[in-house]
Ligand binder design. Structure first.
Ligand code: NAD
Length: 252
């Protein structure tokens, strides 16, 4: 079927299981005709993916904790596919103590780790993907409203997301001349593995649902559809932006 992404090859980073936002993106992109390549963090995640990802989807290991891993992953992708048309970065991490102890008690190590994996990795991914990106190309990342509001228990991750959104704007400015646009989707709360690391996540999900315009939480399919639009040439006029895909939660 021809779709808005027919002929495009997109790298998707951050599928852990069928609940992952990146999996919603994967299905939406395929639906629109894209060829996708998934990257996974480690062997444990690879095993999980092998249970449900169709065999014709290529998977490449990439733990973003080290720049050299990111460089190698994109080299492998470039060697095999030549040019690519975009990257979806759906990766975040903070250790449990850092997430639960509150911002005041955040220690340097936990701060650095959360910033490194959740924000700096977008910069490194963009740098190592750049030699293989077509013109036009699109990069998106996933963020959350806790970057601009003090959401209970979101703590260090809110600080990392603020940094991530700022990185989006600076990268968009720097890469515009190469036809590479960089945007973020600020997704509403969805029950994924990452969210279960947040203290009181059931209350957060309930509160978020209550703030939607129709009392129905956003789905990974709905987030994926916006990702497909941002990966397509329909969005060549947009860069450096953060789009809310949260069923109106940010209005409250
Ligand atoms: P998820 O747990 O399904 O995905 C998180 C992914 O990050 C996993 O695939 C994990 O392997 C990957 N990851 C963590 N550390 C990594 C590393 N060192 N190297 C490579 N990959 C690593 O959860 P999700 O909710 O789908 O998260 C995807 C993105 O969406 C995250 O950036 C998250 O902050 C963001 N987000 C989530 C929500 C939500 O409510 N779930 C809302 C807004 C934004």
């Amino acid at each position: 079927m021809d779709g808005i992404l027919t002929g495009k090859t997109i790298v998707i980073m951050g599928v852990a299981n069928k609940r992952s936002i990146a999996w919603g993106c994967t299905n939406a992109l395929i639906e629109q005709g894209a060829r996708v390549i998934l990257t996974y963090q480690n062997d444990r995640i690879k095993e999980s993916l092998q249970r449900f990802v169709p065999e014709d989807i290529d998977m490449v290991e990439c733990d973003v904790a080290e720049d050299s891993n990111i460089e190698l992953a994109f080299q492998k992708i470039g060697d095999k596919y030549g040019k690519i048309d975009g990257v979806i970065h759906a990766i975040a991490f903070a250790d449990k103590d850092t997430l639960t102890n509150g911002v005041l008690n955040t220690e340097k190590e936990g701060y650095d780790l959360a910033q490194n994996i959740s924000a700096y990795s977008l910069i490194a991914v963009t740098r190592y993907a750049k030699p293989y990106l077509n013109n036009p190309a699109s990069i998106i990342t996933l963020t959350y409203f806790g970057s601009i509001r003090a959401i209970p228990n979101y703590n260090m991750m809110g600080i990392a997301k603020a940094s991530l959104e700022s990185s989006v704007r600076y990268l968009a400015q720097e890469l515009g001349g190469d036809g590479i646009r960089v945007n973020a989707i600020s997704a509403g709360a969805v029950k994924t593995l990452a969210v279960t690391g947040i203290k009181g996540h059931s209350e957060l999900l309930k509160m978020s649902k209550g703030f939607t315009v129709d009392n129905i939480s956003v789905t990974i399919e709905e987030i994926g559809n916006v990702a497909a639009f941002l990966m397509s040439d329909l969005s060549t006029g947009m860069t450096g932006d953060t789009l809310f895909v949260d069923k109106g939660v940010h209005l409250m």
